[in-house]
Design a protein around this ligand. Structure first.
Ligand code: PDD
Length: 290
């Protein structure tokens, strides 16, 4: 695909000429939400779960969208077919729409709905085989991180802080408790239990997080969704991150100290392999959301 495909407010638009108004509330207030869905081997993975989360985000910010799930699915499928891509990401963004700037939500406003489909280029395989280094950063975000809001500036600044510290990413910590990565969820192995923070208002409930939890349970791994302290995270023999684009990403260093032996651990390897089987439709079971 030479250029990403763009669908905007009911029409396919040339990538270079797809434009939104200067008065779009997404631009002025970050008054909007988004989703990132992945297509693997010519099919979207977990489309329904992404739609459900998108509806939850829309409901939380009180943006009303009249398009049905099957309309979203139909356009996404059409974009994927037209792109001839086997591996792609679909970015869906919905803002409240355009209106003269005001803190008051206008009564009559039409949401701006954008879908961008682009080819997916995974990170080099060495990233998954060697693992990544992270730092812990103070979580200064708002109290509704469960909403997939376009306002990602704290995440971007945390990522930049990590880059300056010579590492790959950052993990948000709120009052000593681990929240999530800048664009990932966090897992740790603690006393042979796979632990991940509870999906409450403090984190985004990742589609990959849920798939990995299901996969682990299917494989008789003990799991727990509970508060995880930063000291427990640092003492854990294995830590990994999950997301749509990064799958299961091993962490081998936190704040310049090795995680476990400093090598990718066996549980992480197993779950990365298992998750990839699910993603590529090679596995049966509940975790298969294709
Ligand atoms: N990010 N937490 C945050 C803050 C995220 O932004 C994401 C996803 C996740 C993982 O969610 P999922 O497994 O559904 O991808 C957790 C996307 C990929 C992004 O912003 O590009």
């Amino acid at each position: 695909m030479n250029q990403p495909l763009v669908w905007m407010n009911g029409h396919f638009v040339e990538y270079g000429s797809a434009k939104v108004s200067v008065e779009d509330r997404g631009f002025q207030f970050c008054d909007g939400i988004y989703e990132v869905v992945r297509a693997v081997e010519g099919r979207f993975y977990g489309f329904q779960q992404h739609l459900e989360r998108m509806r939850r985000s829309l409901h939380s910010v009180e943006i009303e969208v009249l398009m049905s799930d099957s309309e979203f699915q139909g356009i996404a499928d059409q974009m994927l077919a037209e792109s001839h891509e086997r591996d792609a990401t679909l970015y869906v963004q919905i803002t409240r729409g355009a209106a003269p700037r005001s803190h008051v939500i206008p009564r009559e406003i039409t949401p701006t709905i954008i879908m961008i489909l682009r080819s997916f280029h995974p990170v080099d395989e060495s990233v998954h085989s060697n693992g990544i280094k992270v730092i812990a950063v103070k979580d200064e975000r708002w109290a509704r991180c469960d909403i997939k809001l376009t306002g990602l500036l704290p995440n971007i600044l945390a990522r930049e802080k990590a880059r300056r510290a010579g590492v790959d990413d950052a993990i948000f910590v709120r009052e000593g408790w681990v929240a999530e990565g800048t664009s990932t969820n966090v897992f740790a192995v603690c006393n042979d239990v796979l632990v991940t923070p509870l999906a409450d208002h403090r984190i985004l409930r990742g589609i990959t997080r849920d798939a990995v939890l299901t996969l682990a349970r299917e494989r008789k791994v003990n799991t727990a969704e509970r508060d995880l302290s930063i000291s427990d995270l640092k003492a854990a023999p294995e830590v990994f991150l999950t997301s749509t684009t990064m799958e299961v990403l091993p962490v081998v260093e936190i704040d310049h100290l090795p995680v476990g032996t400093g090598q990718v651990g066996p549980m992480t390897k197993r779950l990365l392999g298992g998750y990839r089987d699910v993603l590529h439709g090679r596995a049966a079971g509940e975790s298969n959301a294709r």
